[in-house]
Design a protein around this ligand. Structure first.
Ligand code: ARG
Length: 434
């Protein structure tokens, strides 16, 4: 062996030895301290909170105020620490008013250009993980990847890619327009079992983490009804079967009672909106363990901003039918013990206002603790990510937010997130990069 190659050999063994070391401990551990912490696993509040963070993970959670000697302290004072919040239903690549009357003047490229702004707003509002349910041209996949690479500031994203639905249904942007108007580009429209299976595969191939489809009609689209089923039972069954075979969960947009029951019977993982729930639908959801993701803040925003957003009158009519009933359905589901995860449909209303729904959830059937759990540990369960996010627990990503005061006493403080850490990096508040 020449001297040269011997040197190379020993350098190589050093590199190998380094690579085999346990995940390199960061130069400096951080200790977040605050008056209290919400332990969403046990549903309790702990005082004198200390959360020790090493690299991107939580390594210790204490309630004795003791800060380890080797950790740099970030003291948040009279605040409450919570796990980074999770919104299970957003449209991070769009903003209300951008997507309806502007349909003829803008393209998905406009959305793609602006998506990073919405991602940042969402993150700084305390939402460190979101599930994006329906995106034009796979913008959500590209955004997710850019955020993962650290190139764009934003939450962790579970992306659906194209939402799937029937011709003339809630995903069909041409409904209500002249048949001569065509929108080019990728489309989530699929009719019949084979086309639906192919569309699921197309989404998966292009990076979808989750499959979203339209089981019923909608409010903000021009179908006559708001809740009629838009697929046959056979079509829904095939969609869920195909998605699950690829280990993708399924989120079904469903307002109407019949569509909800069909989707639950098909085996979807979550019902989105869930506006018209009867006793049988609630019983079916309990039996199948189906989650309810009810966007029950939306109605306030749509009704107040309707004129400015230039939606057609027919949509206002539909919103009037849905809004109140959806909240009553949510309340009955919550009381009956249906599994509930936090999801807002942000994008219909401004990104960054995601936390406004906490108040509504406590007005309509949940305790403040249940609402906080819905947006953390329960949401993580629906997403299948509870070993990574959704709680302040050893080993999880250090996704931690702080709010002033105590959200169990005044849930509105959730709208004033003052500190955001994602994966051990301070994104907002004390210690954030300027
Ligand atoms: N994206 C939904 C739809 O168009 C919004 C429903 C909003 N209304 C409500 N009450 N949640 O159907």
């Amino acid at each position: 062996m020449s001297r040269h190659s011997a040197l190379r050999q020993s350098l190589l063994s050093v590199v190998v030895a380094l690579a085999l070391l346990p995940a390199a401990a960061s130069a400096e551990r951080l200790a977040l301290t605050a008056a209290r912490l919400v332990d969403v696993d046990s549903g309790t509040v702990r005082n004198n909170a200390v959360v020790v963070v090493d690299g991107e993970r939580i390594v210790d959670v204490r309630s004795d105020g003791q800060v380890p000697a080797d950790a740099k302290r970030i003291d948040l004072g009279d605040a409450t620490l919570l796990p980074g919040l999770i919104d299970c239903h957003v449209h991070i690549d769009g903003q209300s008013g951008d997507f309806y009357t502007e349909a003829f003047r803008r393209s998905p490229i406009d959305n793609a250009v602006k998506a990073h702004i919405y991602a940042r707003r969402t993150l700084l509002a305390g939402f460190t993980t979101v599930r994006n349910l329906g995106s034009a041209e796979f913008i959500d996949v590209a955004l997710r990847n850019a955020i993962q690479r650290g190139e764009v500031q934003g939450p962790r994203i579970l992306a659906s890619g194209l939402a799937i639905g029937a011709t003339g249904g809630h995903v069909d942007g041409g409904t209500g327009f002249s048949p001569y108007i065509r929108f080019e580009g990728f489309s989530g429209i699929a009719d019949g079992v084979d086309a639906i299976r192919a569309k699921v595969r197309f989404d998966v191939k292009n990076g979808a983490d989750v499959i979203k489809f339209m089981a019923s009609a909608g409010v903000l689209s021009e179908e006559e009804s708001v809740g009629e089923p838009q697929y046959s039972q056979e079509e829904m069954n095939a969609l869920v079967d195909e998605a699950h075979r690829w280990h993708r969960k399924v989120a079904a947009h469903a307002h109407g009672t019949e569509a909800i029951k069909m989707a639950v019977r098909a085996g979807v993982d979550s019902i989105e909106h869930g506006s018209f729930l009867d006793d049988e639908a609630i019983a079916l959801m309990k039996k199948h363990g189906t989650w309810l993701v009810g966007d029950i803040y939306n109605d306030d925003y749509i009704l107040t901003e309707f004129a400015r957003l230039k939606y057609p009158e027919s949509m206002l009519e539909k919103e009037r039918k849905v809004g109140r009933t959806q909240r009553e359905s949510f309340q009955r589901a919550a009381k009956a013990g249906v599994k509930i995860a936090y999801g807002t449909d942000a994008g219909v209303y401004p990104h960054g206002d995601n936390a406004k729904q906490f108040v509504k959830m406590t007005e309509w059937g949940q305790t403040p603790m249940q609402a906080l759990q819905a947006a953390t540990v329960r949401a993580a369960e629906l997403l299948g990510r509870n070993e990574q996010v959704g709680a302040i627990r050893n080993g999880l990503f250090a996704d931690v937010v702080a709010v002033p005061g105590n959200p169990l006493q005044d849930i509105r403080v959730m709208e004033q997130v003052s500190f955001v850490m994602k994966g051990g990096k301070v994104e907002k508040g004390a210690g954030a990069a300027p």
